[in-house]
Design a protein around this ligand. Sequence first.
Ligand SMILES: Nc1ncnc2c1ncn2[C@@H]1O[C@H](COP(=O)(O)OP(=O)(O)OP(=O)(O)O)[C@@H](O)[C@H]1O
Length: 236
Amino acid sequence: MSTVSIENLHVGYGNSAVLRGLSLEIGTGEILCVTGPSGCGKSTLLRAVAGLLPATSGRILVDGEPVTGTAAGRALVFQDDGLLPWRSVQRNVELPLSIRKVPKGERREVATSWIGQVGLAGYERHLPRELSGGMRQRVQLARTLAGTPRVVLADEPFGALDAQTRTSMQRLLVDVWRAQPMTVVFVTHDVDEALFLGDRVAVLGRDGRLAKVVSSSRPRTDSSVPAERAEILETL
Ligand SMILES: Nc1ncnc2c1ncn2[C@@H]1O[C@H](COP(=O)(O)OP(=O)(O)OP(=O)(O)O)[C@@H](O)[C@H]1O
């Protein structure tokens, strides 16, 4: 788990600025959801925190250390599951451990445990093409968590799933986060998803600045969520 500090961050592509002076503090073990209109720079923010895009000015610190490039401790999760089609579920989940040269026995044990925790016990030998979209997202989640990231950067990972599968993936994410707390920055267009998952919801404006941060207190009450929902929607 890590603290992420974003300080007066400006990021752009060529001469066009996207994020203009964004400051945000993401606490250790917090789930921060980021929402905002299309094109406001949500993915750009994640890429910058991942170390894939340099800041034009300002800085990002993870546990006090400036981000200067990618790091194994910061994992990106996408809508596209990114699974290797020729590798079984087991071998896909083992991937971050193979890269770290974790011994075979330990690799197998850790991967099997995560496959069980995401509800896919019995599917270890299946290939990605033999699984549904929701199951493939579970494999992606297991693979990400097997790498014990300190920060998970999720870019609309459940965006392509049907409503029911999406709800079960949201619950699964909260369950695994409770079992193994981690700092999560989760981008979504879906305000209800943001309020369900997030401890706080950061709303980016079209101008590339932070428009609002809304706290979503846990445990949520039925009456608090509509109020928070209205507060976010009036900004969009
Ligand atoms: N590789 C790139 N080169 C140039 N411009 C880019 C690049 N990637 C994104 N942009 C531009 O930067 C702006 C922000 O894009 P970004 O993908 O971060 O927005 P977003 O909020 O994630 O959008 P959406 O909600 O539609 O996914 C957009 O105007 C986009 O066209």
